[in-house]
Ligand binder design. Structure first.
Ligand SMILES: [Zn+2]
Length: 246
């Protein structure tokens, strides 16, 4: 399926306009479809086992090639994730934490240190990736931990390379190590392809997140009060690397 299938087609002078993806990703007067923004579209993401939005994928391959000549083997741990997959992750943790004795709201607060509420993940867009160095040795059993990207960690050298070079390919760290940043914790492995994700975030901000979450009847949804949603939106969705905000 082509990109046009997740673009909401608006009209210019009464005529539906579609512009080929190679000309412009998001032509004027078009917005991303809500279903795409919340991980429910049937857009054809690109990639072997993991999937990415097509422009992101092309740039990722260029970055991977450049990293390879510098001695790194970029491995994708996670890329596109559907609403349903995120729901399994969220509800699985919710059940586990509440069973272990946490009050529901505490369980949700613990989940959202690193995981998103389904419908709000940047991984729904196919522009965001979690990456490590497959050559990093010794390979830890749990790869996505900040300590592995620093000091003598196995992914530290790749991280240094990414800090210098990822932006040349349009990729930026999302959840930076900035002590003043709120929301999700520092994720040195999570990068976003800015030329596309900035546009997606702009459109995402127009959605009524609370309404979407209530419609989905998620476990714990009764705790998504206006105050909770406002805080989540301000801190978890929007308190990110400023390079990724229009
Ligand atoms: Zn991630």
């Amino acid at each position: 399926m082509k990109r046009k299938q997740f673009l909401k087609i608006c009209t210019i002078a009464g005529v539906g306009i579609l512009t080929a993806p190679h000309i412009s990703f998001k032509p004027n007067n078009q917005e991303f479809d809500k279903n795409f923004l919340i991980g429910k579209s049937n857009y054809e993401f690109k990639g072997p086992s993991w999937k990415m939005e097509q422009e992101t994928y092309a740039q990722f391959l260029s970055m991977k090639k450049a990293a390879k000549s510098a001695g790194f083997n970029i491995e994708v741990v996670s890329a596109y994730r559907s609403f349903e997959r995120q729901k399994q992750i969220f509800e699985g943790k919710y059940k586990r934490f509440t069973k272990a004795g946490l009050a529901p709201l505490k369980a949700i607060e613990k989940i959202i240190e690193y995981s998103t509420i389904p419908g709000t993940s940047r991984h729904h867009w196919g522009t965001d990736i979690d990456i490590i160095d497959a050559n990093g040795s010794p390979r830890p059993s749990s790869v996505l931990q900040a300590k592995h990207f620093h000091g003598s960690g196995p992914f530290c050298k790749l991280k240094e390379w990414l800090n210098k070079n990822a932006a040349n390919f349009g990729f930026y760290e999302v959840y930076t190590d900035n002590a003043n940043r709120k929301g999700f914790k520092y994720e040195p492995w999570h990068f976003s392809y800015a030329p596309v994700s900035k546009q997606l975030l702009t459109d995402y901000r127009k959605l009524d997140v609370k309404q979407i979450l209530l419609e989905e009847k998620l476990l714990g949804a009764e705790y998504f009060t206006d105050a909770f949603i406002l805080k989540y939106r301000t801190e978890n969705i929007l308190d990110i690397n400023p390079e990724l905000i229009v």
